[in-house]
Design a protein around this ligand. Structure first.
Ligand code: ZN
Length: 414
């Protein structure tokens, strides 16, 4: 397929994924956490200007914002926001992405070869592959992630803007476009100036396989547990040493194994240990807690405190302390008051020939925070599979169909 023959959205996607935009948790006190996110931000701003968007700006924090005026007759309709994120995750290599298209004929999906071994996905591991026989799939070369999370969302929104620029009569309300940084490190669009964005409702385009429609996410917090030991020469330790590493092991064993992420799905929440560092003197364990249900979420937090109380009571002194940092809340609390946002999105999927699937997000989105800040914001699919890893891929047809879905969606708001 020649470059010219490629559809607008595919061409954009292949270009955007080759620009490294990995965010960096180590720099999470700055926004953006990595300067490279400006590379894509500035490029998108230039392209938006060329497409005739208004108020195009890249803020000092790498937020790209722009407005598209309403089509004739829809000027009095509430403005609608479309949002995607610039950054990609740092959990897999994200620089030097070399996308290529595989015509998938069934069986293992081999995206590349690394050290003489094929990097492959099997239909056993990803049963959805069985539905994708005959499709063109954009894959990596096996050494990096693809970055479809969320450059697929970015490309789909940009392709919609281009389609509207070429066909201004396509019905749409005034649109706010936003590409924000650092979603992958939990930044959550907190610096988006909602009043000047000027939208009544918005959608993030940051979901998985095509058809996914999400308006419930986890309640989320981070819990750090510190263990204070007492160190003394092991030869003299009897009845005196308190080994912080053993306090951690005791504490962790009190948490229910059945509530670990590797044993939960759907609406089941979890307690997940992200890491631990320990010596005799001191140990620190980092956990995250997730649950869609606010009551069960609080019960998990309480359980973690009770486990600390239990160890402290056995020791007869305070050596285990639990501290909690709230991360995000389930946006369903807000979005439930705007059921029309879900209905309209379902209609848009169906009008584009896609069966919508309403799923609870087992994570968060930028929309969670935006919803609580007054901009109700469900999440739409991008079409991407297996994101955050070297096996990530996206069907070309999903990229193209998502632009149709967005076109149908904005028409319904006009
Ligand atoms: Zn994402």
């Amino acid at each position: 397929m020649s470059y010219q023959q490629q559809s607008d959205v595919l061409e954009r996607f292949l270009r955007y994924v080759q620009i490294n935009t990995q965010s960096s948790d180590a720099n999470c006190d700055q926004v953006p956490s990595s300067a490279c996110q400006f590379d894509l931000a500035n490029l998108l701003a230039d392209e938006l200007r060329e497409l005739g968007a208004l108020d195009v700006a890249v803020s000092e924090h790498a937020y790209v914002t722009a407005h598209i005026p309403a089509s004739a007759g829809a000027e009095d309709r509430p403005a609608l926001g479309l949002i995607a994120h610039l950054d990609t995750t740092e959990v897999a290599p994200g620089a030097g992405v070399k996308p290529h298209i595989v015509s998938y004929a069934g069986g293992d999906l081999v995206c590349g070869t690394v050290d003489g071994k094929p990097v492959a996905l099997t239909p056993e591991k990803v049963p959805a592959l069985r539905e994708l026989v005959g499709e063109d799939l954009v894959c990596t070369d096996g050494t990096t992630l693809l970055g479809g999370d969320d450059k697929a969302g970015v490309a789909e929104i940009m392709a919609l803007v281009a389609r509207i620029a070429a066909n201004p009569e396509l019905p749409h309300p005034a649109l706010g476009i936003c590409f924000c940084p650092d979603e992958e490190i939990g930044h959550g669009a907190e610096l988006l100036d909602i009043p000047s964005f000027g939208c009544t409702y918005a959608y993030t385009v940051d979901g998985g396989p095509i058809g996914e429609l999400e308006w419930e996410c986890f309640n989320a917090c981070e819990i750090t547990v510190d263990f204070e030991g007492f160190s003394i020469h092991p030869g003299d330790a009897k009845d005196r040493m308190v080994n912080a590493s053993n306090l951690f092991a005791e504490y962790h064993s009190l948490l229910p194994a059945c509530e670990r992420p590797e044993h939960t799905e759907g609406y089941e929440g979890f307690i997940h240990i992200e890491g631990v560092s320990s010596t005799v003197t001191h140990a620190t364990a980092r956990y995250i807690v997730r649950d869609h249900d606010a009551k069960r979420f609080q019960e998990k937090i309480d359980l973690m405190q009770r486990a600390a109380d239990f160890v402290n009571a056995r020791l007869g002194e305070q050596r285990v302390t639990v501290s909690m940092k709230q991360q995000y809340r389930n946006m369903a609390e807000v979005v439930a008051e705007y059921p029309q946002l879900i209905d309209v999105a379902k209609e848009a999927f169906e009008a584009a020939g896609v069966t919508p699937q309403v799923l609870p997000i087992r994570g968060g989105t930028d929309g969670a925070q935006l919803s609580f800040r007054g901009l109700p914001c469900p999440n739409l699919s991008t079409g991407v599979y297996c994101c955050h890893g070297v096996n990530e891929f996206i069907p070309v047809s999903s990229l193209e169909t998502m632009v149709d879905v967005l076109e149908k969606l904005v028409a319904r708001f006009a």
